[in-house]
Design a protein around this ligand. Sequence first.
Ligand SMILES: C[S@@+](CC[C@H](N)C(=O)[O-])C[C@H]1O[C@@H](n2cnc3c(N)ncnc32)[C@H](O)[C@@H]1O
Length: 356
Amino acid sequence: MNEMTVTRTRSEAFAERIGTLLDAGAVAAMISVGHRAGLFTALAGQRPETSDEIARRTGLAERYVREWLAVMVTGRIVDYDPAHRTYHLPEAHADCLVPGAALGNLAVYAQHVTLLGKLEDRIQHCLETGEGTGYSDYPCFHQIMAEDSDQTVKDGLFEVILPLVEGIDERLATGIEVLDAGCGRGHVLLALAERYPASRFTGYDLCADAIDHARNRALAAGLTNVTFEQRDLTGYSEPGRFDLVTSFDAVHDQKDPEGLIRGLKTSLKPGGVYLMQDIGGSAYLEKNMDFPMASLLYAISCAHCTPVSIGQGGNGLGTMWGWETAERMLEDAGFSSVNRHILPHDPMNVWFVSQV
Ligand SMILES: C[S@@+](CC[C@H](N)C(=O)[O-])C[C@H]1O[C@@H](n2cnc3c(N)ncnc32)[C@H](O)[C@@H]1O
């Protein structure tokens, strides 16, 4: 083979790979559409059905249901029987595409892909100017994030996450003061408040719409031991107020992550503990080549986490700031011990338990 032939073959192989990526991107966007329309839930556990039957059962427009199904069939997500023109979602596929699925609902994350599309013009502007964004630039961000953390954090909260903090179940049952920093829609705090009526829970977040949602939920559930407050955590200081502080995926996109960690440390009473979850990638790009969904995480970083930090006047650490950076910041804040954990079922996230 001469050099030109080799080059052309490599180029052709690369072009094929780009084609595969474009195809996968389109399927991902349509997974998001299917998730939001409830189509995966409607298909799960059903016998093979025609598009007419599916449309009738879901109350959706048949012509669009059929076209969406075509994406799912060519994307190898739904099986198609041409003889009967029926569609079927195999149980093994439903296992990661419906709420409460055995392997977690990956369709939730597909919503980040469609959000990227909605942001294209804004990110183009950021690229050209170096400016940042505000949370109001992101339609549905808090809804997507709450769905995301419902399964990342809330679903495993009592069984695998709280047990990372020795003795915390007993302390919460007895009655302690708890803060969730950057609580978003507050679903995790609400679950804690319901489980531990003797403890008092506070949630702070920058965004009024997320706090309104959390307050309404607390009201609807009749919870009187939880308070939500819109609050910018930049320069945060409430010395010695809390026994337990948590943050779930809420440090790296702040204006001043390092300052926040220091502030959270001083907000703890003697014997207090800080439980922090963040994305478990490395601070070194080259070490993230095989990290789960690394490209999606860097894309979310480019379109969301980096610009919202810059928009607040910060440096834009990014989603993949890395566990090394997080660990160093926790140690520099002066905690007496910092322990890092990866949960077996969730290689994407890292958990730090830091004692005052
Ligand atoms: C990735 S979201 C995580 C939300 C929530 N902890 C969850 O798991 O669903 C990050 C949160 O940090 C909040 N946040 C960002 N900058 C903030 C600031 N300066 N002060 C308070 N909250 C902030 C955002 O509004 C957002 O709700």
